[in-house]
Ligand binder design. Structure first.
Ligand SMILES: *Cc1c(COP(=O)(O)O)cnc(C)c1O
Length: 217
């Protein structure tokens, strides 16, 4: 099936309230343009330099989302255009995004990445770290970032109950975090292999790559 057909099929399954981030990492401008011409306007990349090159080459009404791990020294390369950063996992990183956004007189939307997978990965805040960050007085002075939600990745497993459990945990954290930060609206969870489960558990934003563009090398 073509990219256009894949997109149409996925869109049919998504509730209207769920935003689709088309994950275009490693894919060519030609492939991304095919999705663009089919009406897709939100794209996700996991490497800052690759995203910056694509931003440069593509129409300017695209909303670019950084979904990968962010190194602080590279924030400056995306601060002029990035719409949302999904992988924020420290106050230090938030401060850097704020500082660079300020240089461009922009506000960058940020999601706090939470570690929900039972498998061990080094990315994402623990529950305690999330609470600490959300409660930090220093957040109040950051005027060029806006924390709009949470992001998480489930364990890569065939065990649907486990995936469901992990997404449920993130949804609960989302609701409790909202008590401190009522402005939260985005719950970014779900990829090609598990977005149906994520939606059932309350996702408002799915990040889908291979089901749209085909497998990556
Ligand atoms: C690559 C990636 C995706 C998309 O993965 P697919 O399985 O191709 O849909 C989603 N989220 C993050 C953080 C990724 O790095």
């Amino acid at each position: 099936m073509s990219i256009k057909e894949n997109l149409a099929e996925i869109k049919m399954k998504l509730p209207g309230s769920v935003t689709l981030v088309a994950v275009s990492k490693t894919k060519s401008i030609e492939d991304i343009m095919e999705a663009y011409n089919a009406g897709q306007r939100v794209f996700g990349e996991n490497k800052i330099q690759e995203m910056a090159q694509k931003w440069d080459a593509m129409p300017k009404d695209i909303s670019w989302h950084m979904i990968g791990h962010v190194q602080r020294n590279k924030v400056k390369y995306m601060a002029g255009f990035v719409a949302m950063v999904h992988g924020v996992d420290s106050l230090k990183l938030l401060k850097e995004i704020d500082k660079q956004a300020q240089k461009h007189q922009r506000i960058i939307e940020c999601l706090l990445q939470v570690h929900i997978a039972e498998e061990d990965t080094k990315f994402g805040l623990s529950e305690i770290e999330l609470q600490e960050l959300v409660g930090s007085q220093e957040l109040l002075s950051l005027e060029n970032i806006r924390i709009v939600g949470l992001m998480g990745m489930a364990t890569f497993t065939e065990d649907k109950d486990q995936v469901s459990r992990e997404f449920k945990k993130l949804k609960v954290l989302f609701e409790t975090t909202k008590l401190a930060l009522p402005q939260l609206t985005v719950l970014s969870m779900g990829m090609s292999g598990d977005y149906d489960i994520a939606i059932a558990e309350g996702s408002t934003m799915v990040r889908i790559g291979s089901s749209i563009f085909g497998n990556r090398n």
